[in-house]
Design a protein around this ligand. Sequence first.
Ligand code: MSP
Length: 490
Amino acid sequence: MNEKFYVTTPIYYPNDIPHLGHAYTTIACDVISRWNSLLGKDVFFLTGTDEHGKKISTAASEKGLSPKKFVDSLIPKFKDSWKKLNIKYDRFIRTTDKDHEKVVQSILQRCYDNGDIYKSQYEGLYCVGCEAYYTEKDAEDGKCPIHGKKLELISEESYFFKLSKYQKFLLDLYKKNPNFISPKNRRTEIVNRVKEELRDFSISRTNFDWGIKLPFDKTHVTYVWFDALLNYITGVGYLEDKKTFERFWPADVHVIGKDIIWFHTVYWPAMLKSAGIEMPKKVFAHGWWTVHNKKMGKSAGNAVKIDDLISYAGVDAARYFLLRNAPFGDDGDFSEKALIDRYNNELADKFGNLISRVSSLAEKYGLEKLGKNDNNSILNVSQSMDKLIDNVMNDLQFDRALNFIFEQIDMANEYIQMKKPWETKDKKVLYELVNMIKSITILLWPFIPESCEKIAKQFGFEISLDVLKKPIKNTNIKKGEILFRKIQMD
Ligand code: MSP
């Protein structure tokens, strides 16, 4: 049986339409998913929406809608955006899905029965924007460090999860699995915080009712993060589809933004341990995007909508830009100009030009396969490429993978300049170049699938690992349409 691979995005709060930040994680996961299926793995890609909690119920009441009606109106916007961005997920999970509600209640019951959940009084500061509790120390002047809004003082009866009990377990987990928290620079901060102090956390609320009821006390609803994290097991059939669950769990990677790393690397493994479920293999936290060097947000009015993102230079340009412009783990800055510059200089001038020059020469002069004694240096280089890229792709260094691929494109462009096939009419040189285009296209496919599928059709090859390793069979190449038309900036 093929190896499996399970990748997840965070589930997004559907309190508004999705924006660039959500697109970023989702595109990255789509690239990971396509990359792994290209390698022949059986992939499961999960995304979805986080629909309970105070944030959603407040947003709904501002619109005069019930929370369910409100989220129902936004879900098509998410699905539509992912479709436009060419995202191929296997399940879109909603935390209001029936199977998920059952999973949450069953895990709560299990943790309650084993003594990890107890009732007490909660008093502290809360940020509805983050749906998170803050200590005096973390709050800046009584304000949320992320949203800058005044924290709400909450005092209510609440059930708590015994997180403190899992301190040693967590430290051991990080030690034994050095890549569990990735990239490396995020690890130290978590390790130090866990070493310092782990407080039990409140897992239920009573001052609103938009949530999943605790199975052992129906007057409480589940804290939205306890509910949300469990989506990762519901998504692959925990409780309802044992076979799928056994096949895909544990997750190979949870991709998240750096703001929610604590929930994923501390709460989540402790919850799983308490419920006796295996740990995910890796949590990767990416950086945040600013727009023109300003924090992106609703209040700043500068959130880049998905339609805008696509409108600048198309879907592939958007996907390419986001993964190329900043190392995946670091923060990045978005501007329309930077996107269009990369599109013009890299996709159009380098890649597009190579395709159009080689295909028109190949149409004119034809190709000739290399004989046994011909030195096929170019092909050898591109064959060792996939190994190299596989290493950087395993570490989710998309920008480096794209750099490697573009080095190949540069090499092919230099080769054509050097060999001048328009003068020599050398069909063997053209054959070598077509083979390079084939390898480059297959490796680029996870990033810019639509364009690569067009190229593959034009040159007559399939996008697969097998084809990557073998010379191209088709020698009847036709000049195609211009793939990346340059964009003039005013
Ligand atoms: N619902 C929780 C996640 C639960 S997962 C079990 C949540 N939702 S969110 O909609 O607020 O954010 C989802 C993701 O979008 C987070 O990973 C966050 O980091 C990411 N981004 C939101 N704005 C962003 C940028 N400006 N830049 C990059 N990513 C950003 O948190």
